[in-house]
Design a binder for this molecule. Structure first.
Ligand code: SAM
Length: 451
């Protein structure tokens, strides 16, 4: 049996896919190692959203080749970049044994076993024997359903759909993940019930445009979209305490969903709502199909139902043709909304997407300046949004030791704020109240109430 090293790049969906791969490999008797130097099989689950992510994975795979000097190693690239580049990757990295796309994660264990068999018995290292599996597969959305849960693990990601039909002009995702396909509602509910039976208290529903869940497969009932029907069904799962989801698109954020925050107590007070730009001209060129005014009005409607809700976002700076005035609109809207946090991305050309062919690409130095300027604004709003928690009691779900200081514990509020505190092992995996003593903007520090 082999020791398998899996490294994941990119979003939560990639992490979730890697978890499925790990579970299937462990079921076959293989073990997962976090130490690349002791691995027999190296799998990199890749991201294609920006060039930097691709370069990192390519660089890592090149570097790891040295491991095979001493013993036979199976090398595999999985996920988005594998899907996007396919067999062309073998030219760049001739030591690759596996290239497995986004609709074939459930086949990785078979491919790994086959590659191990060949390597260990024949020591053959020849691209003619490499496996490239990047075809479309009907119902692949139903294959990401098994979990690897740690001891007292309280949170889990649940993949409810795959693909994206939005075709934003900057985005590679429709090419790497295919068209939108959703899982049956009952299958998702059953998965969540089995997670809860193992101690999970919070689930995060994952989809590229998560609020459009089921729109091709299922119908609205009493004015409620399939996504809201799913939230209602999960609200009824006994023992489940919190429901999150990411990422929705502003365009599908209708009243049935906004009102859900007022009537479904398990739905937490946090929305990650990608803005991308505050300029109508740029939004149109991005094919985002809403305006800055509509985004602002949506935020107002959400806050009118749930005034304390935390709102985070994604913003791209330096999209082709973005002028100083366009950027000023983004800054203005970000300031008007006052996001709790934001991921700011410098636009990255993705081959095959319409924006990559647009004229007036923005110089890197301009992107960098806008990035810095926006970061300052986002940081200052993060501080303003966190400050009011100081001196107050908040409910957190404790996830385990803090990554930066393992002698402390960490958890999240319902609004997704990170809280670090001096706790006890029995707190892990439980909901508890923390009195907040101080804030650094993105992290709150405190002590258990009564502890
Ligand atoms: N599908 C989700 C959505 O649109 O809401 C998120 C997908 S992507 C993994 C996350 C973020 O990456 C996007 O919201 C966008 O801000 C950013 N992104 C996507 N393509 C990009 C590009 N070519 N350059 C820079 N950032 C990009």
């Amino acid at each position: 049996m082999a020791r398998i090293y899996i490294k994941t790049y990119g979003c939560q969906m990639n992490e979730r896919d890697s978890e499925q791969v790990a579970q299937m490999l462990m079921e076959r008797g293989h073990s997962i190692t976090v130490r690349e130097e002791e691995a027999d099989v190296v799998l990199l689950n890749t991201c294609s959203v920006r060039d930097l992510a691709e370069q990192k994975a390519l660089g890592k795979m090149g570097m790891l080749r040295a491991l095979s000097r001493d013993r036979p190693i199976v090398y595999g690239l999985l996920g988005c970049m594998a899907q996007n580049r396919g067999s062309a990757l073998l030219n760049e990295l001739p030591h690759l044994d596996l290239v497995v796309g986004t609709q074939k994660f459930h086949r990785v264990a078979d491919h790994v076993d086959q590659a191990i068999e060949r390597k260990w018995s024949t020591r053959l290292d020849d691209v003619r024997f490499s496996i490239v599996d990047v075809d479309e597969e009907a119902n692949s959305q139903r294959t990401i359903r098994d979990h690897v849960l740690g001891e007292r693990q309280a949170t889990a990601f649940v993949s409810i759909m795959q693909g994206c039909n939005m075709h934003c002009t900057f985005c590679i995702v429709p090419f790497t993940r295919g068209h939108e396909r959703s899982r049956p509602l009952q299958e998702i509910v059953d998965e969540v019930k089995s997670l809860v039976a193992k101690g999970v208290k919070e689930v995060t529903l994952l989809g590229q445009i998560v609020n459009l869940y089921g729109r091709h497969e299922f119908v609205s009932v009493d004015g409620k979209s399939p996504f809201v029907q799913l939230l209602e069904a999960l609200q009824e799962v006994s023992g489940l305490e919190r429901i999150r989801f990411t990422s929705p698109h502003p365009i599908g954020f209708r009243n049935d969903l906004i009102e859900s925050f007022g009537r479904l107590p398990k739905l937490v007070e946090h929305i990650h709502l990608p803005l991308q730009s505050g300029s109508n001209r740029i939004l149109k060129a991005m094919h985002r199909t809403y305006t800055a005014e509509k985004f602002a009005a949506l935020v107002d409607r959400i806050r009118s139902v749930t005034p304390t809700i935390a709102i985070t976002t994604d913003i791209i700076v330096g999209f082709p043709g973005e002028t100083d005035d366009d950027y000023a609109r983004t800054h203005e809207l970000a300031d008007r909304v006052g996001f709790d946090n934001a991921f700011i991305f410098k636009y990255s050309k993705r081959k095959g997407t319409p924006a990559a062919e647009m004229e007036q690409q923005v110089p890197d130095s301009v992107k960098e300046n806008r990035n810095q300027d926006l970061l300052e604004l986002i940081n200052s709003w993060a501080k303003r949004r966190s400050e009011p928690f100081v001196g107050r009691e908040v409910e957190i779900l404790c996830e385990g030791p803090s990554k930066t200081n393992p002698s402390r514990l960490t958890g999240r509020t319902r609004g997704n704020k990170i809280v670090v505190f001096e706790g006890a092992p029995q707190h892990i995996g439980t909901l508890l109240n923390i009195r907040i003593a101080r804030s650094t903007g993105y992290t709150l520090y405190g002590h258990p109430v009564g502890g």
